[in-house]
Structures are given as structure tokens and as C-alpha cells.
Design a protein around this ligand. Structure first.
Ligand code: NAP
Length: 352
């Protein structure tokens, strides 16, 4: 599907951690961006977007829209051939009602946006920000399937609203998106399925779990030990670029794993420690799994989560994404160092 770069594009949740880079790159490239946010009047939430727009070649227009309010995206979508649907809550801890707080906005929101595309005749392509957690549910799944690595052929079949609700929200939303896409033929759907996204943030007002993860490795929260967990890591700027390539590469199609490499939490600590040295409250060791399992409820995790996610390898094959989108991923060392440096510059982390 060929997209006309002179037409505006819609970015839902335009103020988010990932979407802010996407909006910035599009504007710098001369593309006019319609960005939806929940509160366009909130300077803390949109100030960085207005700053990115000042002096950029493209024009930014903000629209107010909530995922749960039906028809909220129609106005912002008018005249757009390309829609980037990124808005979805990325919150893991402290959830009171996972159905209401995560699954409803993810699934109903995706339906809301994609059904608006069915009404707005200009739309030709939708790029959905999915996740690797719509490919797997718990890390143990890969070993149980007898796999050495995941490709885009796999789907998370193990998460529910009660177990791994964020993962469930993402797989349910992605499945809903493909169902809606397959029921029509005017627009095509592509997904970007990122691993854990890290790297510098344009906004300090995001709730993204990405931004708290690294802080906790250095502020003493995990000093007594990190769990033996592995993540597929990717740079936020590469995720934004993957969206843009998916949007404008006419031949591109399907799902796209966006992961640079898999690293354990302990490896992340070693990379950061080697670069930034002493003076931070780094974890002292890898915590033994039985201890992590025993203490899990006190840390806000279930023991089932620990059983299925601690001590299991987790690998992703990014070759389809590199080929289909012509994208190279930054090394994780660069991403981690630049993420950490920004937290120091912003005063979010301080040397002891
Ligand atoms: P983020 O900064 O928290 O962005 C989430 C965006 O969704 C924000 O713009 C937020 O708006 C919006 N949103 C949440 N609930 C909404 C609702 N009810 N109505 C309208 N907008 C709503 O997190 P992010 O990390 O950039 O995540 C963006 C997308 O990437 C999500 O789809 C997430 O699942 C996906 N993803 C993230 C990662 C990662 O590691 N960060 C990995 C894989 C996939 P407000 O600012 O108003 O809250």
C-alpha cells in the first residue's frame, strides 16, 4: 500500500514515551501529524510535543480523545491515509482492576480506532503498536514449546486477565485488530511488536513502565538481588523508526518483532556498572529463585509469575523485521548508557 507523504497522519496517544519520538521524527520529516492526547491543555503532557513541532517542517495538530469514548478518533482521522495506533496503558504494578484499567482500554480502544478507520474513507494503512507479549505470555512458554527463539508466527495463549493482565491486554487487542482488518479490504494492518523499550525519553510525564525499570536497578530498590530474568531489549528511537518504515514501505506487511538483543537483568547491571562505575546502589547479586518465589507476594508479584518467568531464557528472531523494514537495531549498550545518562541529567537518579 503506497502512502502519500503529503497527507496528514494520525498518531494516537501522541504524548507517550514511544509515540513522542514517532511524532518528532514525522514532523522533522515534513509530515503533518494529527496527535490525539487525553488532555491537550496539560502542558506537562504535551509541552514536549509543541517544542518538537516548533521549527519542524511538518505541522502538529492536537486532538482530544479517550480510548473508551466511542467515535472519539473520527475527527482526528479525517484526511489521513496512515494511522499509528500506539495508545494503550503500559502499567504493570499497582493495578486495582486489570479488566477496567488495562484490558478495556487496550481492546475496546483498538476496536474504537479501527472501526473509525472503517468509517473514514481516506485511511489506507494502520500500524498498531503491539508487543512481544502478544507473542509469548510467560518466559517458560518458549522452553515448553521446545523453541530456541520466537518468530512472528507465535501467539501468546497463556495470559489471562488474572495472570499477566498486561500481556493479555496486548494479545487480546492485537487479535481484535487482525479480526477487524481481515473483515475489510480498503486498508492493511501492520504491527510492530517491541520487546522492553528503553532509551532517552522526550517526556518525563509518562507512566510507561519502561521509565521506572532502569531507575530501580540503580536506586537501591533491587540492591539485595535481581531476579534471573531475561528481556528482549530495544531502543525507543528504533521502535519509532520501525513504525515509520512500516507506514511508508509499500511492500511491508504483517507482524514485526522489534528487539535488538536479549539480556538478563544482571547483564544490564553489568553493562551499566562498567559504564557508570561505583556510586549507585547496584544490585549485589542474582537473587536465588526460591527466595524470589517465597518473597514474591511482598513485592507485588504472584508466585506463578516467578515460576514462569524467573530462570527461563527468552529469545527473539528479528530477521523478518530487518528484512521487511530495512531496519538496523542499535546495540543495547548504547541504549542503556543513553537512558541512564538522561536520568542523571534530569536528576531522576543521583550519585551517592
Ligand atoms: P506510555 O508513555 O505510558 O504511553 C501510553 C499512551 O497511551 C499515553 O499517550 C497514554 O495517554 C495513552 N493512554 C493510556 N490509556 C488511555 C486511554 N484510556 N485513552 C487514551 N489514551 C490512553 O507508554 P509507552 O511505553 O510509550 O507505550 C506505548 C505503546 O507501546 C503501548 O501500546 C504499549 O503497550 C506499547 N509497548 C510498550 C513497550 C515498552 O516497553 N514501553 C513495549 C512493547 C509495547 P496519557 O499520557 O494521557 O496517559
Amino acid at each position: 500500500m503506497q502512502i502519500d507523504k503529503t497527507k496528514p497522519v494520525l498518531v494516537t496517544g501522541g504524548n507517550g514515551y514511544i509515540a513522542s519520538w514517532l511524532v518528532k521524527y514525522l514532523l522533522e520529516d515534513g509530515v503533518d501529524v494529527h496527535a490525539t492526547v487525553r488532555d491537550p491543555g496539560n502542558q506537562a503532557k504535551v509541552g514536549h510535543l509543541l517544542k518538537a513541532a516548533a521549527g519542524a517542517k511538518g505541522k502538529l495538530t492536537l486532538f482530544k480523545a479517550d480510548l473508551l469514548s466511542e467515535g472519539a478518533y473520527d475527527a482526528a482521522m479525517q484526511g489521513c491515509e496512515l494511522v499509528f495506533h500506539t495508545a494503550s496503558p503500559f502499567v504493570i504494578k499497582g493495578l486495582n482492576d486489570p479488566q477496567k484499567d488495562l484490558v478495556d482500554p487496550a481492546v475496546m480502544g483498538t476496536r474504537n480506532v479501527l472501526e473509525a478507520a472503517n468509517r473514514v474513507a481516506s485511511v489506507k494503512r494502520i500500524v498498531l503498536t503491539a508487543s512481544v507479549v502478544s507473542i509469548y505470555g510467560d518466559a517458560v512458554d518458549m522452553s515448553q514449546l521446545g523453541l530456541k527463539t520466537y518468530t512472528e508466527a507465535y501467539w501468546n495463549t497463556t495470559s489471562t486477565v488474572d495472570h499477566q493482565p498486561y500481556n493479555y491486554s496486548k494479545v487480546a487487542a492485537e487479535r481484535a485488530a487482525w479480526d477487524i482488518a481481515k473483515a475489510q479490504s480498503r486498508w492493511d494492518l501492520l504491527t510492530i511488536n517491541p520487546g522492553l523499550v528503553l532509551g532517552p525519553s522526550l517526556t518525563s510525564a509518562s507512566d510507561s513502565t519502561s521509565l521506572s525499570t532502569i531507575r530501580e536497578l540503580a536506586d537501591g530498590t533491587l540492591m539485595s538481588g535481581v531476579p534471573d530474568m531475561e528481556f528482549g531489549l530495544v531502543d525507543v528511537r528504533d521502535v519509532a523508526l520501525a513504525h515509520i518504515k512500516a507506514g511508508y514501505t509499500a511492500s511491508a506487511s504483517g507482524r514485526h518483532i522489534a528487539v535488538s538483543a536479549s539480556v538478563t537483568m544482571w547483564q544490564i547491571v553489568q553493562i551499566l556498572k562498567a559504564r557508570f562505575g561505583r556510586g549507585y546502589r547496584w544490585p549485589l547479586m542474582v537473587a536465588p529463585k526460591p527466595i524470589v518465589w517465597l518473597l514474591a507476594p511482598l513485592q507485588g508479584y504472584s508466585r506463578r509469575f516467578v515460576s514462569g518467568n524467573v530462570g527461563w531464557p527468552l529469545k527473539f528472531d528479528n530477521s523478518y523485521t530487518r528484512k521487511d523494514l530495512g531496519l538496523q537495531f542499535r546495540p543495547v549498550e548504547t541504549t542503556l548508557a543513553e537512558h541512564f545518562q538522561q536520568m542523571l541529567d534530569d536528576g531522576i537518579l543521583k550519585k551517592r
